[in-house]
Design a protein around this ligand. Structure first.
Ligand SMILES: [Zn+2]
Ligand SMILES: [Zn+2]
Length: 449
């Protein structure tokens, strides 16, 4: 058995691991984002038609975003995931294809004017459709030849899983690990004893504040901003973070901790995914299930779902007292960029970051303290108050990552899915506890004997 690290090696994004045994199995086939996104256009380091199956841990694009490219280039095997991962993946990939097509169209226009060639999208909506025509198996436990495969709840987003694969040797892929006591979803489970562990390390350098502290920070940010006469912008990932924020706003409103105000969910993708969440109360924790039994846990009076572009533009007229939730979560595209253009230069407004900002994105530049930014060809001053609330993170902090990794009692641990300094911090902590660790390089292979 051998294992090749085709992505998320010394970087956060692009999760993709090739396990070669009696079958060629890919675990995730994620998109690279931020400063490494050029890698999406390279050839896969394997022949897609020789891959027998793909196991998907969860529906974030850094884990599934290159699936349509894989299919387009010849993969026609079986896809395994949880049921909800498949449901959400369809929305995520269609949205991703639309972005790819729009970007290629814009770039082509620019190129042709310069006498340069046409640009093609990584994949189109038709390529996404092909992914869902393939055999897709949604079971918690199954066999691939003599490999026994089992999903465990990784507590990261709705439907997310870690994967245990057992043949001669046993290997666990963490996917992304969430910390317990998160809003909405059930708590993370631990892996059983394994020979090898591949573990994420996104936040290996810090522990997060508790969710309760973060809710307090969000509440204060909203009330302060309304006191100053501005709007609150929340760049939010359409999947999970948006539903958590809606659920928290629902609770804050019903306990009279925030005033009645206009709330815009300005993201067709987030609106669709919120509907998926409503269909799966079986995945909620006890508290959310109780709320669900009383009514819609994401409902707040004056919450408007703005699907159309015209409705979205009308939000520009609202100068104060509104909460605007829009994507993308890292501000590198989507409707949030328009809202930033209209609000970022106003010191009475606020931008509240509730998610991880990858290096090289507009969001990261704002968080890192940029004073001026170029948005849609205009220089925009950054005068709004910037809040970074990290306790909503869908990723485990340092202590829990260490605890989770220890529970696997692995003979060897591969540290992935993190910037290199974070890889090192987790690897050092685990080495000091007696574990053998490696930090794989991109495209490096290991024999698992
Ligand atoms: Zn994830
Ligand atoms: Zn990830």
């Amino acid at each position: 058995m051998d294992l090749m690290f085709c992505g998320a090696a010394r970087t956060v994004t692009g999760s993709c691991f090739l396990l070669r045994d009696s079958s060629n199995v890919l675990i995730d086939v994620g998109m690279f984002q931020g400063s490494v996104e050029k890698r999406n256009h390279r050839h896969f380091p394997f022949n897609p038609s020789e891959i027998d199956c793909v196991i998907i841990t969860h529906s974030h694009l850094d884990h599934i975003g290159l699936l349509p490219k894989l299919v387009k280039q010849g993969f026609d095997g079986v896809i395994y995931s949880t049921k909800v991962t498949k449901e959400i993946a369809e929305y995520m990939l269609r949205d991703s294809a639309k972005i790819q097509e729009e970007e290629a169209y814009t770039q082509t226009k620019k190129n042709l004017r310069k006498g340069l060639p046409k640009v093609y999208p990584l994949y189109t909506e038709e390529d996404v459709e092909m992914c869902f025509k393939l055999k897709w198996v949604c079971k918690e436990e199954f066999y691939i030849d003599d490999m026994h495969v089992k999903f465990g709840n990784s507590g990261h987003i709705l439907g997310s899983a870690f994967v245990e694969i057992e043949a001669d040797k046993k290997i666990v892929f963490s996917g992304d690990v969430g910390e317990p006591n998160r809003p909405i979803i059930k708590d993370t489970e631990y892996p059983d004893k394994t020979d090898y562990l591949v573990v994420e390390s996104t936040y290996a350098d810090r522990n997060h504040k508790s969710v309760e502290e973060s809710i307090q920070e969000l509440k204060d940010a909203i009330n302060d901003t309304f006191g100053r006469g501005g709007n609150v912008l929340i760049p939010s990932f359409a999947l999970e973070r948006t539903q958590e924020i809606l659920y928290i706003l629902h609770r804050l409103y019903h306990s009279n901790e925030i005033p009645e105000c206009q709330i815009f969910l300005d993201s067709p993708l987030a609106i669709d995914i919120t509907q998926v969440f409503l269909k799966h109360p079986e995945l909620y924790d006890k508290e959310t299930l109780n709320e669900f039994r009383k009514g819609n846990p994401f409902y707040i009076p004056n919450l408007q779902f703005t699907r159309g572009v015209e409705e979205s533009k009308e939000i520009n007229e609202v100068k104060n007292g509104a909460i605007i939730i829009a994507g993308s979560g890292m501000c590198n595209g989507g409707r949030i960029k328009h809202h930033l253009k209209h609000n970022l230069w106003r010191d009475e407004c606020s931008v509240v970051f509730v998610g991880y900002q990858v290096k090289g994105t507009l969001g990261r530049r704002i968080v890192d303290g940029a004073k001026k930014l170029r948005i849609y060809g205009e220089d925009i001053a950054v005068r709004a108050k910037i809040y970074t609330i990290n306790g909503f993170s869908a990723h485990a902090g340092r202590d829990y990552l260490i605890e989770w990794s220890c529970r696997s009692d692995a003979d060897k641990i591969f540290v992935v899915h993190g910037e290199f300094d974070k890889n090192l911090m987790l690897a050092n902590a685990l080495s000091n506890m007696g574990f053998e660790c490696a930090i794989p390089n991109w495209l490096q292979s290991f024999e698992l004997a």
